[in-house]
Design a protein around this ligand. Structure first.
Ligand code: AHR
Length: 503
């Protein structure tokens, strides 16, 4: 079997927004406590931040970081997390049945964000929180001293405004599990009023409204159409959440169903459908509002999640919840997801993998150290090498049958080209479990002088995973770069593989 990928540096989709390589740090499970912040660990620095975690997060090079939730935020009082640590209250965090110590709060998060060089993206509480609380938080974070909350920030050690630019207007407000769930009209109206006040505080901020929590929600996509229509002029981005599972479709109803890896590896069909539907909803809302401005998609929760559940813990601090162990097939799905972001680069302008440490995350810690999960590798290869324009790659590939989606191309691909450096990248997933695939990559206009570097992740067992005992069982290893011959290269990709070529 043979496939062909044709590239042309002038056939572009759009600029790749750097903010699609974002993460999400929620106060849940062991993401913040025992993940990022763990003063008791031998790896902690003087601030309690885990040095080894910081190092691994820097490798991924997260460009934006959503915080502090997630479901957690819909019951969070941000004033709990400021001031002397000894005075901060312990609370029951209802979303995840856990005890929140508030030892990590806004100042600690900003310190952490600065340390890893990421742009903060703050979610306000629109569950139990009022529009006034949201505006007060913007004052606290962003305004020069001289009034109550900005003065309080200075009193707490930070005279300079933090300058948080990206603000999520609540989280998953359509979900029955959400503290303060609302219908679409009530949510849209509250989001508009919150956005108004927040922008009156700081006109430079960007706001993000909640889309449906999942495509499986009964209200999808009516919720999205309603919220977009009513809030269009007050928002800059519209959020989408999506979790993949084997078998599909959701985190809650896969139990007892047989695994279906061929269909699972074709999940990018669903990711594209989701993005296309919401991009269409945005166009409709723009027309209905007679608006001149564009709203873009903020895919601020995405990942594989279906095995490790949470929420029924015993009211402990940092419970072990949602600690998924990722395998090879999950890493390949993540790679096709990142391919999807490049193919949808014209509409998806922010994306945040959920989450960054321990909780459905690319790295897993214990007191003594950490290991990198399989999904760490595709994420880090994309975030370090997809730059400039997403190219509109023409892919001709053999089809393979899946029970869920019918025939799908065996090859899932994307490519980027940065005219400022002349560097390019090609990302290829062979989704067959059994068949190698010979691929000719052809550059139609400017053939690169050479493939400068190449990496591959592959294996025979889709369930192979990493662990503390076997941290390097499934990794991306560097390949000898293939030679460019004429206008391109011809390579053979093993079954179940993800390959990156840099030019
Ligand atoms: O990322 C885990 C949870 O998934 C988030 O708290 C919530 O927004 C979503 O349901």
């Amino acid at each position: 079997t043979h496939a062909k990928v044709s590239l042309n540096t002038h056939r572009t989709i759009a600029d790749i927004s750097p903010l699609i390589f974002g993460g999400f740090a929620e106060h849940m499970g062991r993401c913040i406590y025992e993940g990022i912040y763990d003063p008791a660990s031998p790896h902690a620095d003087e601030r309690g931040l885990r040095r080894d975690v910081i190092q691994a997060l820097k490798e991924t090079n997260y460009t934006i970081m959503r915080y502090p939730g997630g479901n957690f935020v819909s019951g969070y009082r941000w004033t709990d997390g400021i001031g002397p640590k000894a005075d901060r209250p312990r609370r029951r965090a209802l979303a995840w049945r856990s005890i929140e110590t508030n030892q990590f709060g806004p100042h600690e998060f900003m310190e952490f964000a600065r340390e890893i060089g990421t742009e903060p993206m703050w979610a306000v509480n629109l569950g139990t929180g009022s529009i006034q609380d949201a505006a007060d938080l913007v004052e606290y974070m962003n305004l020069p001293v001289g009034t109550l909350y900005s003065d309080l920030r200075a009193q707490n050690g930070h005279a300079e405004p933090f300058g948080v630019k990206y603000w999520c207007l609540g989280n998953e407000m359509d979900g029955p599990w959400q503290i303060g769930q609302m219908d679409a009209v009530s949510y849209a109206d509250k989001a508009v009023q919150a956005a108004k006040l927040m922008r009156w505080m700081d006109p430079t901020i960007k706001t993000i409204a909640c889309g449906s929590s999942a495509t499986s929600m009964p209200g999808y996509p009516d919720w999205d159409l309603t919220v977009l229509d009513r809030a269009y002029d007050h928002i800059d981005y519209f959020s989408m959440h999506h979790y993949a599972a084997n078998p599909y479709p959701t985190i809650s109803n896969t139990e007892g169903l047989p695994r279906d890896t061929d269909s699972y590896l074709a999940s990018s069909i669903l990711f594209e459908e989701h993005a296309d539907t919401l991009a269409a909803a945005i166009r409709v809302a723009k027309a209905k509002n007679r608006s001149k401005k564009d709203v873009h998609l903020c895919w601020d929760e995405w990942n594989v999640w279906y095995r490790a559940k949470g929420g029924d813990g015993e009211w402990s601090e940092a419970p072990h919840i949602l600690e998924e162990q990722y395998n090879l097939e999950d890493a390949l799905v993540v790679a096709t997801w990142l391919n999807t972001f490049l193919r949808k680069a014209d509409v998806v302008k922010i994306a945040c993998i959920a989450q960054i440490v321990n909780v459905i995350a690319p790295i897993m810690t214990n007191r003594d150290g950490l290991f990198k999960q399989t999904i760490f590798y595709p994420l880090t290869l994309f975030s370090n090498h997809a730059r400039g324009y997403a190219l509109d790659a023409l892919v001709q590939a053999p089809l393979q049958e899946t029970s869920r989606y019918g025939d799908v191309p065996q090859l899932d691909a994307s490519a980027s080209y940065d005219p400022t450096t002349g560097e390019g990248a090609v990302f290829l997933v062979n989704r067959s479990q059994t068949e190698p695939l010979t691929v000719s990559v052809c550059w139609e206009d400017v053939a690169p002088g050479a493939i400068t570097r190449a990496w591959q992740m592959a294996g025979e067992d889709p369930l192979a995973a990493n662990s503390f005992e076997q941290p390097d069982n499934v990794v991306a290893y560097e390949l000898t770069a293939p030679r460019v011959d004429g206008r391109g290269v011809t390579v053979t990709l093993p079954p179940l593989s993800f390959t990156t070529y840099l030019t």
